[in-house]
Design a protein around this ligand. Structure first.
Ligand code: CDP
Ligand code: MG
Length: 696
């Protein structure tokens, strides 16, 4: 096999080739494993703690942000809101909360500081780092709160949390009284939740200020917005002319290469580039940006396979996946230094763009793509498509190569393609289904969601669509007020339709099954389908297929998994993705706990009466239904849209009276996924307000 990618340096003609066949050697070589004895760990003593403190302080002092410490503290003390702009890695996220604490601005009595992150991995990792820097135990002064994990305690005054968790905290602590400072981090990412927080936190600040003016015993709320890109003016404008501070970064030069030709298969191009770098370039870890979990897992497998064939003395190559859904226990390898004589290749989603700092990176491979959510409010179709990234994303990715020393970035696209990229990514609020967001606004007391203070206003039609959906689900009444059901729904960390199904499962007597299925649906897929064994995998998995479709098929797999107690061999034989099943089971645990808190008995089971499971799902997904047409196609009940059943579905190729689906995704066609058979007669039962026989 000979495969070569030519890279062209920016405004330069240097090219690099790789003769791929150089690498291939006998597959049979199995490396000897070496073992070493676990070393005794000393109990920490005072001298040790003191030495550690000094080491940490020395580290902190050399960060670019440290020289601006006094100015930052003063700005936060003197202004209600401050915008901090600085290059990734300059120390914003780890240092500013510590500065705030060291200046005495936060305490048990004054309130703590909350730092929001769009992603859980980042929140967890940053809290760990800051606990280390402050030489305190995680969960003491410094902690984190993410959806499946909470290490914070009553002593925690520096808390890293996902933006979703802060939204949730507003539900029980309307004025966020437990905090003195809110840091909205990674603001440039403009995730839906961060955008909602902008408006909500600004409003809370105003209310607290007014109360203080009236002489109430309350603290002013300080807001710090942090961003890694040059959009500070816009944030400042939104936060009433907030003061802007620029932290000068420290970025080493990065040589940037483009491909000479567009690459048809980005996975293949990535694989080749990784080995090209590995065999031709000196030490330094590689960071690869990929669009999603699936691509990362495929490539992890491929890199492993090819790495085994590297000739004799070659440095080893260790692939380390990194994506949001990866359980924390498996994320650590990314941050640990590479073992001796080994080069790490970190395969990451855009999670590694700005929100987390990975040490040791010298090479970046940027495939130029990201998976992006889109939403067409007119027909209610969500899409998850591969999109070219924006120029600002591309620069962020490139920058990751120059954190510690000069680096190299390989862009797997041409310079012309780069020139045509959008400057910035469109904020999520402008391209998402907003029903979860609107429910959460309503639940935190914001009645008029159309007039809410948005930094970028979503289109009226997508807001109206969200209100309609919530009304159809019974979450709001016809005056737009949150119903008791809606209030309950808002407590679950799930999309509104799923929350409703879970709550209704009590009446349908199938909570056990519903929780299991929702958890399994929360991961990309629980199947493992190698491209060269597609047929074999399908054949082996035939035994799990339920005639009524995907929901019950998933349940069958889980039952099988439980029967063998999660046996690894069993998973391999049956082409089950054990990692994703484990992730799903963590979600399940969490949902069980939520149910307990809300007095929903989570063990209620319908046994073999599985029809009630489908009827129950229909209470949340009655709008996601399609009926069989005389010509054999399926047409959606609400939008008269022809939809195709995804080839991966248990219902693929089947003709039944009607189908219900969890997702309608536009890729090349309007595909439905998570599909089960239903009867048209079930619809009016599932949503009496919405359907009458006439509309059917
Ligand atoms: O927020 P910003 O991107 O400005 O930087 P940061 O996350 O505060 O990281 C500052 C520095 O702390 C990084 O450059 C790393 O050297 C170090 N760091 C680390 O060693 N381990 C972490 N988990 C996070 C940061
Ligand atoms: Mg940061």
């Amino acid at each position: 096999m000979k495969r070569v990618i030519n890279f062209q340096e920016e405004d330069n003609t240097t090219t690099q080739d790789l003769n791929f066949s150089d690498l291939v050697q006998s597959k049979s070589q199995i490396k000897e494993r070496s073992f070493h004895k676990k070393q005794k760990v000393d109990k920490p003593n005072r001298a040790h703690v003191k030495a550690k403190r000094k080491e940490m302080l020395d580290f902190r002092k050399q960060l670019p942000i440290y020289s601006g410490r006094d100015a930052i503290i003063k700005a936060i003390q003197d202004n209600p809101s401050v915008i901090v702009m600085g290059e990734t890695g300059s120390g914003k996220t780890t240092q500013i909360p510590q500065f705030i604490k060291e200046a005495g601005m936060i305490s048990d009595t004054l309130g703590g500081v909350a730092i929001t992150q769009p992603r859980r991995v980042a929140a967890v990792n940053l809290a760990k780092r800051v606990a280390e820097e402050t030489v305190t135990k995680l969960g003491g002064q410094v902690g984190y709160t993410v959806r499946f994990d909470d290490t914070s305690s009553s002593h925690t005054i520096i808390k890293y949390l996902t933006d979703g968790m802060l939204l949730r905290e507003i539900l029980s602590d309307e004025l966020l009284l437990r905090y003195k400072v809110i840091v909205l981090d990674e603001a440039h990412e403009r995730t839906l939740r961060t955008d909602m927080l902008f408006g909500m936190v600004k409003n809370i600040q105003k209310i607290r200020h007014e109360k203080l003016q009236k002489g109430e015993d309350i603290q002013e709320l300080k807001i710090v917005v942090m961003s890694a890109t040059l959009d500070a003016e816009k944030f400042s404008e939104f936060f009433d002319g907030a003061k802007i501070l620029y932290v000068s970064g420290r970025l080493h030069p990065v040589d940037t290469y483009f491909t000479n030709e567009p690459q048809a298969d980005y996975l293949d191009a990535t694989l080749v580039s990784i080995f090209q770098i590995h065999t031709k370039n000196p030490h330094g870890d590689i960071l690869v940006f990929l669009p999603g979990q699936e691509a990362i897992e495929t490539l992890t497998g491929l890199v492993n396979d090819y790495a085994k064939q590297l000739k004799g003395k070659q440095q080893r190559l260790l692939p380390c996946p990194l994506f949001a859904a990866l359980p924390p226990s498996q994320q650590q390898t990314v941050f640990n230094p590479a073992p001796k004589n080994t080069r790490k290749v970190i395969l990451a989603t855009n999670i590694a763009e700005t929100s987390i700092t990975i040490p040791g990176i010298k090479y970046v491979v940027d495939c130029g793509l990201a998976k992006m959510r889109g939403f067409n409010p007119k027909i209610g179709v969500e899409s998850l498509l591969l999109h070219p990234i924006s120029k600002s994303s591309a620069w962020q990715r490139t920058g990751r190569a120059g954190r510690e020393r000069a680096g190299v970035c390989y862009r797997l696209y041409t310079e012309d393609t780069f020139r045509d990229l959008e400057d910035d990514t469109i904020p999520e609020i402008r391209r998402c289904n907003l029903s979860a967001a609107v429910l959460s606004l309503k639940a935190s007391g914001i009645e008029n969601v159309l007039e809410f203070d948005y930094m970028d206003r979503p289109s009226r039609i997508s807001l109206v669509r969200a209100l309609e959906e919530l009304y159809a689900l019974g979450a709001i009444d016809d005056t737009g007020k949150l119903s008791p059901l809606g209030r309950k729904m808002s407590e679950f960390p799930l999309d509104p339709a799923f929350s409703k199904v879970l709550i209704q499962s009590v009446d349908y007597g199938c909570t056990l099954e519903v929780i299991a299925i929702i958890s399994l649906l929360s991961v990309d897929t629980i199947f493992f389908t190698p491209s060269d064994k597609r047929d074999q995998a399908a054949e082996v998995r035939r035994k799990f297929l339920h005639p009524d479709g995907d929901h019950l098929t998933l349940l069958n797999v889980l039952k099988g998994y439980w029967e063998v107690k999660g046996d690894i061999e069993w998973c391999k034989e049956n082409f089950i993705n054990i990692r994703n099943v484990k992730i799903a089971l963590e979600v399940r645990e969490q949902l069980v706990r939520f149910c307990e808190r809300l007095d929903i008995p989570s063990q209620t089971t319908c046994g073999t009466e599985t029809e009630s499971v489908l009827k129950c799902f229909l209470t949340g997904f009655f709008q996601n239904t399609a009926l069989l047409q005389p010509d054999g196609s399926y047409k959606t009940v609400t939008g008269n849209q022809i939809v195709k059943i995804h080839p991966g579905s248990a219902m693929f190729g089947k003709r039944v009276e009607g189908i219900m689906y969890n997702e309608l995704v536009f890729t090349t066609k309007h595909y439905v996924r998570g599909v089960s058979a239903i009867q048209a007669a079930w619809l009016p039962q599932a949503a009496p307000k919405y359907f009458n026989n006439k509309t059917l």
